[in-house]
Design a protein around this ligand. Structure first.
Ligand code: HEM
Length: 490
């Protein structure tokens, strides 16, 4: 429902003039809505109001304003738009879709308990062992790098959430999850996916639901979702009963359950949280793929990172988390990867749960609020030539890394809805990146005539942006590190 501002007193933030009914739908680049929103920044300023099919939408094109609203007024700005897509696809229990309220609060408490920074650190040995498998796979079949990156991410997710050792994407316990992730991210064609980014509420309209393939996918998703909710959870419960469970989010949370009264409710929440963790998989895999693309396109940055690794570590030593503080350039490479091409350009939409006034502007209850992370990362008053991958920009004039703590990194969203998996994501991304650069040189592939095959930085549309398929050569650059990798048991 559209809330008209009270005359003279309450004005919406500035924005394009809406057409009756359609609002500003026709103004928006449906494949890359963040570009339209970024153009509006120049015209209307950091906070823009628009109207899409009667829905109030607030676009925030500024980290400062996003913090003022989503962080500091988080009791108002922390819900999610209602959407029947969740129900249709059987994923309405997912933390990311829950409205602000008691159920969501229980989920966040559990995520905090199981994946907060100290917990994420306690899985360091696990990330390293999965990185060894990644390196072996790169040594054996470098051209399948996308598949290997996916396996690395999926195996960490499955081990951290369920203590399950995944060695192939075809393993029975993860097949439903992999298929679900694929259907949700790829099965919805990009333009429809993009439509949903701009108009999540479109899912309300049954008429929008377009055709048999979509209905079939939705039915399949419901089936897969139920399986991925129950099967891995039962696996942990069985192992715990047999005394053979390895540590994981689910086993930690189950063993700490003490509230007799709410046991069933809490147990259900544990199951749902665990089955929500896969929402991070496409983002994490897309980030690693973006990293390989950046390394292919920017050999100087790559060589600097490798020189830093080689000056710290002997020829036959592989990096581990204890080296992280001594590798500032590597740190800058990770930060720059997250900035250079945002994998979640509009984060996930927040909604307001009551009316608000900001700098004299009226922000109505139920407005959809989208932080434009893409703009914040590409703001040319903040970043010189933002389209260039340049890790140097993360250093001060005195050569120290800029102050940019993970807790406030915009790539992971804002306020109470910030990504609860960011500490696991940060550590597992760092381990993969440093391991790859320690052992390999990533470079442009050459054609039959020895000419370099150019790589265009092109990305998919939709909720999660990832590089379109590209080719690169992944060449071993250290026989002794390769030997060290081979010596580690599977
Ligand atoms: C590069 C990796 C990742 C990126 C860039 C990323 C980014 C994000 C962003 C932007 C949001 C929305 C924040 C907001 O609404 O303001 C989010 C939410 C979420 N992420 Fe991540 N994420 C990543 C990895 C992960 C991982 C590894 C996990 C799980 C282990 C995870 C679990 C979640 C969940 C459950 C939510 C929903 C939170 C809520 O609605 O309360 N993410 N993430």
């Amino acid at each position: 429902r559209h809330h008209a501002p009270k005359k003279n007193k309450r004005a919406f933030p500035p924005g394009p003039k809406p057409l009756p009914f359609l609002g500003n739908v026709l103004d928006i680049d449906s494949e890359r809505p963040w570009l339209t929103y970024s153009a509006w920044r120049k015209q209307y300023g950091p906070i823009v109001y628009c109207q899409l099919l009667g829905q109030d939408v607030i676009i925030i094109n500024s980290a400062k304003v996003a913090r003022q609203l989503l962080d500091r007024r988080s009791s108002i700005y922390s819900s999610r738009p209602a959407s029947c897509i969740g129900k249709l696809f059987g994923i309405e229990f997912n933390t990311a879709f829950l409205p602000y309220g008691p159920e969501w609060r229980i989920h966040r408490r559990m995520f905090h308990q199981a994946l907060r920074v100290e917990a994420a650190e306690s899985y360091q040995a696990l990330y390293l062992s999965k990185a060894v498998l990644l390196l072996k796979n790169f040594l054996d079949t470098p051209d399948d790098f996308e598949k290997h990156l996916q396996l690395y991410i999926a195996s960490i997710t499955m081990a951290v959430t369920y203590g399950y050792e995944l060695t192939s994407l075809g393993a029975p316990l993860v097949k439903p999850v992999s298929e679900l992730v694929r259907l949700l991210n790829d099965g919805l064609p990009p333009e429809r996916n993009a439509m949903l980014t701009v108009f999540p509420f479109l899912a309300y309209f049954p008429a929008w639901v377009p055709g048999a393939a979509f209905a079939r996918d939705a039915a399949r998703c419901r089936e897969l979702s139920l399986k991925s909710l129950n099967d891995p959870f039962e696996y942990v419960r069985k192992n715990m009963a047999a005394g053979s469970a390895t540590r994981s989010m689910v086993s930690d949370l189950l063993s700490q359950l003490s509230d007799e009264q709410n046991y069933a409710q809490e147990e259900k929440a544990i199951k749902e949280c665990a089955a929500s963790a896969y929402v991070g998989e496409p983002q994490s895999a897309a980030t690693l793929s973006t990293f390989l693309m950046a390394m292919t396109l920017y050999p100087d940055a790559q060589q600097r990172a490798q020189a830093e690794i080689d000056s710290l570590l002997a020829e036959n030593i592989l990096p581990d988390c204890s080296h992280r503080a001594s590798l500032p350039y590597m740190e800058a490479v990770l930060r720059e990867t997250l900035r250079w091409n945002s994998v979640a350009p509009l984060a996930l939409p927040h909604t307001t749960s009551s009316d608000d006034i900001f700098e004299g502007y009226f922000i109505p209850k139920g407005a959809m609020v989208m932080p434009n992370i893409w703009y914040i990362h590409n703001d040319d008053s903040e970043y010189n030539r933002p389209d260039v991958f340049n890790p140097e920009r993360h250093f001060n004039a005195d050569g120290a890394l800029t102050d940019d703590p993970l807790s406030s990194r915009v790539a992971f969203g804002f306020g109470r809805r910030h990504c609860p998996g960011k500490w696991v994501a940060d550590a597992s991304l760092w381990v993969a990146m440093v391991s790859i650069l320690a052992l390999f040189r990533v470079e442009k592939r050459r054609d039959g005539n020895g000419r370099a095959i150019e790589v265009e930085p092109r990305f998919t549309a939709g909720v999660v942006r990832r590089p379109l398929p590209f080719s690169c050569s992944i060449v071993c650059r250290s026989a002794s590190r390769a030997h060290a990798v081979r010596l580690v048991d599977d």
